[in-house]
Design a protein around this ligand. Structure first.
Ligand SMILES: NC(=O)c1ccc[n+]([C@@H]2O[C@H](COP(=O)([O-])OP(=O)(O)OC[C@H]3O[C@@H](n4cnc5c(N)ncnc54)[C@H](O)[C@@H]3O)[C@@H](O)[C@H]2O)c1
Ligand SMILES: [Zn+2]
Length: 705
């Protein structure tokens, strides 16, 4: 085991091995391999998300022959080593896997081997074996780590990476030139090992040109330490060379805007870029302006490096081969963005046409995924937030790689044909085809005002569960915090953002929409739901009562819609506004002058805006609820007690009492209002605008005429 001295020597990687934990797993090599994988994956400096794979070779009893047999456990296709569990692995008969060499017809036919991996499955609950399976299988080592550490890939992508590897590791780390992962690369690794063995060299790792690192050990711990040591050495070597011969990325060409100004600019730009990037399908955005990003986008070498494209196949599969770089001084010039986007798409089409094979899948979306804006930062767009965030993380990996490679030598990228062959690989295409169908609201961004409240929260939940990203907001911080915690648990961090929002204050609304644009790139669905209730005879209505009700319900709906429409128009692909109005907009009753008439103004506001925004494909509809008591703040604070008392019943009896007054004898729940909202925006009612949907259990007096 490592002494404290050894542990402390790591500066560039995290030493996370916990001996007590490992001791609990002692004797179970598979558990130890999974433990190692998890702590390797916990440090993003060691591998990018989903990148790389790990394995262990053990003996186990063959269920058919009852004989001891060699089995290899390896991370299955997809998934991330950081969260790997046994169920995310594939277990294969090692001897069978190796015997596939006997039927291998050569590199042109290597893709057909992938099918045959299935004949080698030992554990029937295995995940699909990854394309890297032979890379692990043909190496003799018990524990193997294949990672994509930025520090090692910098050497992989350096012009004289091979020489550097030899010198840095004194020949103990081998080098294999770039080759697309697959059966042949597995054999190549074995050849590299054997060639070195013939010279009396026992390798402790192999660097794959333009790709990543292989390291190993006899035990899980030895493999872990070997991996850390090799990566640490690469990272230290880079650090020793930064700025030695020339400034990083050739020095700064343009300074960053101040943080507040930068975010304001980014928020303004995001929906415009989102509009362009969504020309084929709706995309969600992610913005990043970390120090690493700004150093790169502001640098002299940006113009040289960005068009070269990324190197590690994992990187560009997520980011496209090259980003779109914008000139910040031209952003306001008429036609500038039209021009650069058209050029990018044409360039992508050219790349596709030049590299395609007769059986290549059809060209995919030609829009950029990564957009770099000097002085501002980096935008990424993808079909959902997780993909957009990952694209951003991957491009940051690529920046790290370029920075390292340029410090020690010269950065080289993958040749276009190689990149294309990965991007349009039939095996990759098959993976895409197997992806589950996107949810109805996937790629859409929703802002429901007052979404910490009863009905608002239910609406936000429904929209999120149908695939939308939601920006939770409310005037009430405490309720907002509660809603946030709930949403993070249910939907994860990517789908949810939060902001305080007072719908009566235009600055607050502007800030909330800017936060939405920064978080997700723009907005598609805005639900005006925030509200309060008031029930008083006319003589008791104060001016303050009147103003408050009208400010929140009527002015609030106007202001939020105005700001939302501005964003939607920038995107240029329409949108949805849904107003949560009320039966009271239609039905007149006593003690309701301010609230009822404000609701009525909200209703007519819906129709007026529908009339105005049709040309923008912005649909404006309303939902008219009645008597939604569960979770409602409106009903708390004495209102429910007051009503119950008036009817001579208890508060608990109220829902049933109201239900009895409806045609369907139904209690109306917040989820019912949420479902109605989803019905309006979910795609089936795309040709309806200016409409009202009553959700009140059937109240004849509330029928619209
Ligand atoms: N509950 C019902 O029976 C019922 C019936 C018809 C219509 N509605 C309408 O449904 C909407 C939601 O009502 P609910 O029952 O969920 O009430 P609720 O009080 O539970 O939720 C309303 C939310 O709006 C927030 N809010 C209040 N003022 C705000 C402001 N200035 N800016 C931002 N947020 C603010 C509140 O903090 C609260 O979280 C309201 O517009 C209400 O008029 C409710
Ligand atoms: Zn790899």
């Amino acid at each position: 085991m490592a002494s404290l001295g050894t542990i402390q020597q790591f500066k560039h990687v995290s030493y996370l091995w916990d001996e007590a934990k490992a001791a609990e797993l002692a004797g179970d090599e598979v558990a130890l391999f999974i433990y190692r994988s998890n702590i390797l994956g916990a440090d993003l400096r060691l591998t990018n998300y989903g990148g790389g794979n790990t394995s262990v070779k053990i003996t186990d009893k063959d269920p058919l022959t009852q004989q001891e047999t060699n089995v290899m456990w390896i991370k299955g296709s997809g998934g991330d080593i950081g969260t790997l569990t046994k169920s995310g692995c594939a277990a294969l008969y090692l001897d069978r896997l190796r015997s596939l060499e006997n039927v291998y017809r050569g590199v042109e036919f290597e893709d057909e081997m992938v099918e045959l991996f299935n004949h080698c499955i030992f554990d029937l609950a295995s995940k699909a074996p990854s394309i890297d399976t032979p890379l692990h299988g043909f190496l003799p080592f018990k524990h193997i780590d294949h990672l994509h550490p930025d520090a090692a890939i910098a050497i992989c992508a350096a012009k004289d990476g091979k020489k550097i590897t030899e010198e840095l590791f004194g020949g103990e780390v081998g080098w294999v030139e770039w080759k697309r992962p697959g059966f042949e690369l597995g054999l190549e690794l074995r050849r590299c090992l054997e060639a070195n063995a013939a010279k009396g060299i026992a390798l402790k790792g192999i660097i794959l040109g333009s790709h990543g690192l292989f390291t190993w050990g006899d035990t899980s711990y030895e493999s872990y330490m070997n991996t850390l040591e090799v990566i640490e050495k690469c990272a230290q070597y880079l650090e020793d060379n930064y700025g030695k011969t020339r400034p990083i990325f050739g020095g700064t060409k343009i300074n960053s805007l101040e943080t507040a100004e930068r975010h304001k600019t980014a928020a303004k730009l995001a929906p415009i870029l989102r509009g362009y990037c969504s020309s084929e399908r709706k995309m969600v955005g992610h913005f990043s302006d970390t120090e690493t990003v700004l150093q790169f986008v502001n640098a002299n070498d940006l113009a040289k490096l960005a068009p070269m494209g990324t190197s590690c196949p994992d990187h560009f599969l997520r980011t496209k081969i090259a980003p779109l770089v914008l000139d910040p001084s031209k952003l306001d010039e008429k036609g500038y963005l039209d021009g650069v986007f058209a050029a990018y798409r044409a360039g992508y089409r050219e790349y596709y046409e030049a590299c395609k094979h007769p059986n290549s899948p059809a060209m995919r979306d030609p829009n950029p995924v990564v957009i770099l804006v000097p002085s501002v930062g980096m935008f990424t767009f993808a079909k959902d937030k997780t993909m957009a965030r990952l694209a951003s993380e991957y491009y940051i990996n690529a920046i790290n790689v370029m920075r390292g490679a340029e410090a020690i030598s010269e950065y080289t990228s993958l040749p276009h044909q190689e990149a294309f062959d990965i991007e349009y690989w039939l095996l990759e295409e098959a993976k895409l085809q197997r992806l589950p169908k996107p949810k109805p609201l996937s790629g859409r961004v929703a802002l429901v005002t007052g979404s910490a409240g009863g009905i608002g929260k239910a609406i936000a939940k429904k929209l999120a569960s149908e695939g939308a990203c939601v920006i939770l907001n409310d005037i009430n911080q405490e309720r907002l915090d509660g809603a946030k915690a709930e949403f993070l648990t249910t939907f994860g961090k990517d789908a949810v953002a939060t902001t305080l929002l007072d719908v009566t204050n235009s600055d607050s609304i502007e800030a909330a929409l800017a936060a939405t644009c920064l978080a997700f790139g723009g907005v598609d669905i805005v639900v005006n739901n925030a509200g309060i209730s008031l029930s008083k005879p006319i003589q008791d209505h104060t001016i303050a009562d009147w103003d408050k009700v009208y400010d929140i319900l009527v002015k609030g709906q106007f202001l939020v819609s105005r700001e939302a429409v501005a964003v939607m128009r920038k995107q240029g692909f329409g949108g949805d506004i849904v107003n949560i109005v009320s039966k009271n907009a239609v039905v007149a009753g006593p003690n309701n002058l301010a609230y009822g008439s404000a609701k009525s103004a909200q209703a007519h506001g819906t129709r007026l805006l529908a009339a105005e925004l049709g040309a923008d494909k912005i649909r404006v509809n309303m939902v008219n609820p009645d008597a939604v008591i569960a979770d409602s703040n409106i009903w708390a604070g004495g209102w429910a007690e007051g009503r119950a008392k008036a009817y001579g019943i208890t508060v608990e009896e109220l829902p049933a009492y109201y239900a009895k007054r409806t045609l369907l004898n139904e209690i109306i729940l917040p989820e019912d209002i949420a479902n109605a909202t989803f019905a309006l925006v979910g795609g089936l009612l795309n040709k309806s605008t200016g409409n009202a949907l009553n959700v009140d259990g059937g109240v004849a007096m509330g029928f619209l005429r």
